[in-house]
Write a protein that binds this ligand. Structure first.
Ligand SMILES: N=c1c2ncn([C@@H]3O[C@H](COP(=O)(O)OP(=O)(O)OP(=O)(O)O)[C@@H](O)[C@H]3O)c2ncn1[C@@H]1O[C@H](COP(=O)(O)O)[C@@H](O)[C@H]1O
Length: 134
């Protein structure tokens, strides 16, 4: 999946300065981040409607549109796919460590190594901070 998204991201970068009359991507860049955000949100809504209706073929098609519009917004925001993969790997590593801890260690952090036991609360704190920013 990451390979396809990386190829799509490169295609978006290559298209951003093409003629807006012929390139949808160039047109989105011409219109700016607000238009990109609107398109992304519209595609997300289409995906959830199709999922609720049980139309899995439409979910697949709209998901591809959603990912295209997400890569356009990444490119506009100066975010690279590898930046997102790095964050996903960081979370995977962190949650993987937390999941291996016995439940009693989660309640009583002093029993486990303080460095490891302290990680789960950090996840909650980070999530809460991120939500406040939006
Ligand atoms: N992967 C995509 C891609 N996925 C989805 N889409 C477009 O995004 C549209 C989804 O938006 P809508 O459903 O709103 O379609 P619409 O209502 O017809 O379109 P709007 O005029 O409302 O935007 C789809 O119809 C596709 O045309 C894409 N457009 C471009 N790409 C790739 O982006 C690269 C650059 O292409 P150009 O933008 O054509 O230069 C190429 O590699 C393309 O393959």
């Amino acid at each position: 999946m990451s390979d396809s998204l990386e190829r799509l991201y490169l295609a978006v970068l290559a298209a951003r300065n093409l003629d807006p009359a012929t390139s949808r991507t160039a047109r989105l860049f011409q219109r700016g981040p607000s238009k990109m955000a609107k398109k992304l949100a519209e595609e997300a809504i289409e995906v959830v409607i199709d999922a609720v209706n049980g139309d899995s073929e439409a979910v697949i098609r709209e998901s591809a549109d959603l990912l295209y519009n997400l890569t356009v917004l990444w490119a506009s925001a100066g975010v690279r796919p590898e930046d997102v993969w790095r964050e996903m790997t960081r979370r995977e590593d962190m949650l993987g460590i937390a999941e291996k801890l016995p439940k009693s260690a989660m309640k009583l952090p002093k029993v486990a190594s303080p460095r490891v036991a302290a990680r789960r609360p950090i996840v909650a704190l980070e999530n809460r901070t991120a939500r406040k920013r939006h």
